[in-house]
Every structure is written in structure tokens, then in C-alpha cells.
Design a protein around this ligand. Structure first.
Ligand code: SF4
Length: 516
């Protein structure tokens, strides 16, 4: 599958003739704004020029007519503007998502970059009007979904004519600090503008035509889909709040979304009121937690992935047969804690070959090993190899413990990493299988970064990068992948192709409590 996401062009001569090596066109309407931006750029070795466009819609439209024939590579518009929302403060930065009729897809990346620089930045729609907005009009524009108003950006942005364009406006006045306070607000805005200026240069360096190689399969696995559906169904039936012990799956987007719908995530059962319903997360729990819930009279709905339950059953079986169980996994991970709890006197966590050398089983002839489901296939093979070498009679699981989703996603990302300059892995930092995807790329020599969403993409990563591999961990929603592609398309034309190494059709049934 190959799909190109081009920027729509009106056909201006400048746009047709532009190339990536053409310079950044950095625009500021007023002299005072241009001066603040130049000050912010003065420490750069080769600061881009700042072009003044003049005040108001008429001058902006005239300038836009001239600019459309210029051979620039990308356009950044910076200046001050009037905040429309009551929760904005003077000095806040608004990065335009829509500016008049122009869409600026790279806004989430810019917001992330500005925030990492310590600046208060938000993405939102910017309206261009031909007069200063007053109280009633502010409220009307805010109600229509605009975050900021200015008097120049829309006609200027239209002149980009398909080339990458971005708008950063610093708030000078707000509904609570109207034009009467514009002097102090204006100073705060100019300070923010100056601090934000270096981001313009990094944004321009990150612009360019790119290829995105999508790894397939990626994103949600059957165990994660099942766990999310369980919480959704309990919410539908019982209404909020629905208590969930630990994060249902390790992903900030999923957890945030369910929280907004009434799920309450708790670390321990003592945070759940007596008699309430509690959902156990996909990572599983130890028998002690189940006993605690029963003692408290809690109604339990178990979202443990069936493939984690399988490992628990194996641990019980080996322990009952008198084996010392070496559990290959990562200390502190919830899944590992749950599995260790099944047979705590017989199970020992081994993380490395050195741990295997230090292992002191009761009987060297009765050693078995199991694995955390989300390990790196290569790393786990090293540790199980060390176990086989030291204990030739060692027994392993009946079928692989590293689950199909982990194995498939690692194979898929390996296939794209080899042909990529950089790999982006959508997933949260506490997601074991997502972290393993980053390590898989690094093992083949391709730099990779774990990101929760487009705002985590750092502009410096992208400079000079023409092919980006893209995947998502088993707990990361497919929508995040779309969001990342969209944000990259704001930096230049993106052609997307998918490499599918295998297809998945596994589905798990729901527990009886939520089946109907
Ligand atoms: S990653 Fe594997 S073990 Fe974990 S929830 Fe998904 S299918 Fe289950």
C-alpha cells in the first residue's frame, strides 16, 4: 500500500518552482514584532532573515500577492494576537492548527517543541479579522471555536500555496486582560515571541519531503482490545465511577480517554470503596490480590489477557510438580509481579545471563523457565540459552510465552528499521512491548524514539531524515499513528507505504459478566 499526502496547491508560480533547499520565509507584521524575533535569533550562527509584512488585512493581502511568486521553501508567521478564550494569559503562545482556511498540520510538533523549551504553548484555530476585536466579538469568536484573533495571518498563510506553513502568535490581550492592559500584555507577548524565535529555525530545518514506512502489524493486540472493551461495557452498564486496579493497559491516551468517561484508576484495592466493582488490568494480578478483593466483598471483573493467564497456569503447574521456576522478565513490571505471586516460594526472577549463573535451585534436574509475554525475542533467547546451558534438563513452556502480538510487532519493525533513517514508535514509556520495539530498531542500528503522540516528536530528530519507519506498541491506539502521519505531512509531502510481515486475526472472548 502506498499513499501520498501532498499539500494542496493553488498553482502559484512560486510554489511550483520552490524546492526544499529554498530558505525559510519568516514573516512578522509589525516592526516591534520583527525586532523581538530577530533578538531571539541573534545567537544562531546563521539566523534567518525576518520580513516585515505590515499591519492589517489589507497590507497582508498585498504582501501575500507579492510573496506567492517568491522561491521560499516554507513559511513561518510570527507575531502577537488577541486571545479569545478566558483561560489564556498574556504571554501564552498559540500555534495555529487552522489559520483562516489554511490547515497547519505540524502544529502539535511545534507545541511540543515550545513546551520543552519551557514556554506556555497551545494549539488552536486562529481567526484573521480586519479590526481589533472587543468584548462581545471575542466571546462570539471563542464560541465558534477560535482560540486567537489577529489581522494578518490568513492571507499570508494562503500565499504558502501548499508549502509547509506554520503560525505562532503570542497573546497580548485576553478577555480578562483586554486592550486597556495591552502595554503590559504586549511586553509579555514580545518576550514570549523572542523566546520562541529559535524554534522557527529548527522547524524549517525539519521540513522536507519524506517517505513513511508503516510496520504491519502494529498497534492494538487482541488482549488490549478485550481489556478496553471490558471497561467500556462496565461503564455502559453500571455508569461511572468504574474502578480499575492499575492502568488497564500501559498507554496514557487509553487511560486518559477512559478516565474522561468515568473510569477511576487506583494503585491498590484499599482505594476502592467496599462493595464496589473493580476491573483487574490486562497485566494480571497475583492470587493475593484476588483474595484481598474477595475478603473486601468487591465484585471483580477480570481483564487479564488470556495469554498472561496461560503463563500463570504454567507457573502453578511447574511449582506443583516440584520445579524451581526461573521467570525471565523485568523486575517491577505488573505482569511479572502477578506471575511471581502464583508460586512465590518456587519462582525466581532472572533478568540476565548473570542471574542464571547465580541461580541456586533446590534440584538442578527440576528447573523450568517461563517468560514475561512482552519481552524482546532476542534478549529472552539469550537468557533461556544460558538456562539450557547450565541446566540441560531445563523445561520450558508448552508454547511460547512471548505472545504473538509482541513477536509480530518486533518482526514487523525490524523489517522497516533496516530501510529507515529513523523509527518512531507510538507507545508510552511504561509499555514494555513498546520499549522493546525501540530496542529492536537500535539493535539493527537505526535510531528510534518512543512517543506518546506527535507533540513528543523533536524537530532535531527530523533534520536530514528522509525515510521514517513508524510503528505502535500493542497498547497504543491506531489513531495515534494517523496523528503522527498528519503532523509529519505539515513539514512537507509525505508518501506512506506499509510493509506487512504477517496478518493477525486473533480475538479473545469477553468474561461472562460483560458478555451480553
Ligand atoms: S501484548 Fe500479548 S500478552 Fe499483552 S495483552 Fe497483548 S496479546 Fe496479551
Amino acid at each position: 500500500m502506498t499513499e501520498t499526502i501532498p499539500k494542496p496547491r493553488e498553482g502559484g508560480a512560486g510554489a511550483d518552482d520552490a524546492s526544499e533547499s529554498d530558505p525559510l520565509l519568516l514573516l512578522a507584521p509589525l516592526r516591534i514584532e520583527a525586532r523581538a524575533i530577530r533578538r531571539g535569533l541573534r545567537n544562531l550562527a546563521e539566523p534567518p532573515a525576518v520580513t516585515r509584512t505590515g499591519y492589517g488585512t489589507t497590507r497582508a493581502a498585498q504582501q501575500a500577492g507579492r510573496l506567492s511568486h517568491d522561491p521560499f521553501g516554507q513559511m513561518m508567521i510570527m507575531g502577537v494576537g488577541g486571545g479569545l478564550s478566558t483561560d489564556l494569559s498574556p504571554g501564552d503562545l498559540v500555534v495555529g492548527t487552522e489559520v483562516g482556511a489554511v490547515t497547519c498540520e505540524s502544529a502539535p510538533i511545534l507545541v511540543g517543541e515550545l513546551r520543552r523549551a519551557g514556554l506556555p504553548a497551545r494549539a488552536g484555530r486562529i481567526a484573521t479579522v480586519d479590526h481589533l476585536v472587543r468584548r462581545a466579538e471575542r466571546a462570539k469568536l471563542a464560541a465558534e471555536g477560535w482560540l486567537l484573533a489577529d489581522m494578518e495571518s490568513a492571507p499570508l498563510a494562503a500565499a504558502a500555496d501548499g508549502r509547509p506553513v506554520a503560525v505562532i502568535r503570542a497573546v497580548s490581550d485576553t478577555p480578562h486582560h483586554p486592550l486597556a492592559g495591552i502595554v503590559s500584555g504586549g511586553l509579555a507577548a514580545l518576550r514570549s515571541l523572542r523566546a520562541a524565535a529559535p524554534v522557527a529555525e529548527r522547524w524549517a530545518a525539519a521540513c522536507g519531503t519524506r517517505q513513511v514506512l508503516l510496520a504491519g502489524p502494529r498497534s492494538f493486540c487482541a488482549g488490549v482490545e478485550r481489556a478496553i472493551e471490558i471497561v467500556e461495557r462496565v461503564l455502559e452498564r453500571q455508569g461511572e465511577p468504574v474502578y480499575v486496579r492499575k492502568q488497564i493497559v500501559h498507554n496514557t491516551r487509553v487511560v486518559g480517554d477512559l478516565e474522561s468517561r468515568g473510569a477511576v484508576f487506583v494503585d491498590e484495592l484499599d482505594q476502592v470503596p467496599d462493595g464496589a466493582t473493580v476491573v483487574f488490568s490486562a497485566h494480571g494480578v497475583s492470587p493475593m490480590v484476588r483474595e484481598d478483593a474477595a475478603r473486601r466483598g468487591l465484585a471483580v471483573i477480570d481483564a487479564t489477557c488470556p495469554l498472561v493467564s496461560k503463563v500463570h497456569a504454567e507457573a502453578r503447574r511447574f511449582a506443583a510438580d516440584g520445579y524451581t521456576v526461573a521467570l525471565i522478565g523485568h523486575a517491577g513490571h505488573e505482569e511479572v509481579e502477578g506471575t511471581l505471586g502464583e508460586a512465590p516460594d518456587s519462582t525466581v526472577l532472572v533478568q540476565t545471563a548473570a542471574d542464571v549463573a547465580a541461580l541456586r535451585p533446590r534440584d538442578g534436574e527440576r528447573v523450568a523457565y517461563l517468560m514475561q509475554t512482552t519481552l524482546s525475542v532476542d534478549e529472552a533467547a539469550e537468557v533461556s540459552g544460558a538456562l539450557r546451558e547450565r541446566f540441560p534438563a531445563v523445561r520450558g513452556p508448552g508454547s511460547d510465552d512471548i505472545c504473538y502480538a509482541t513477536t509480530n510487532r518486533q518482526a514487523a519493525v525490524r523489517a522497516v528499521a533496516a530501510d529507515s533513517d529513523l523509527v518512531l514508535v507510538a507507545g508510552s514509556k511504561n509499555s514494555s512491548n513498546s520499549v522493546r520495539l525501540v530496542e529492536t530498531c537500535e539493535r539493527v542500528g537505526t535510531p528510534a524514539h518512543l512517543i506518546d503522540g506527535a507533540s513528543d516528536i523533536q524537530l532535531d530528530w527530523l533534520a536530514g531524515v528522509s525515510t521514517i519507519g513508524l510503528t505502535a506498541g500493542a497498547s497504543a491506539p491506531p489513531a495515534v499513528v494517523e496523528e503522527i502521519i498528519s503532523a509529519l505531512s505539515g513539514l512537507g509531502e509525505v508518501s506512506v507505504s506499509e510493509r506487512v510481515t504477517t496478518t493477525e486475526s486473533i480475538r479473545f472472548g469477553l468474561p461472562k459478566e460483560v458478555r451480553q
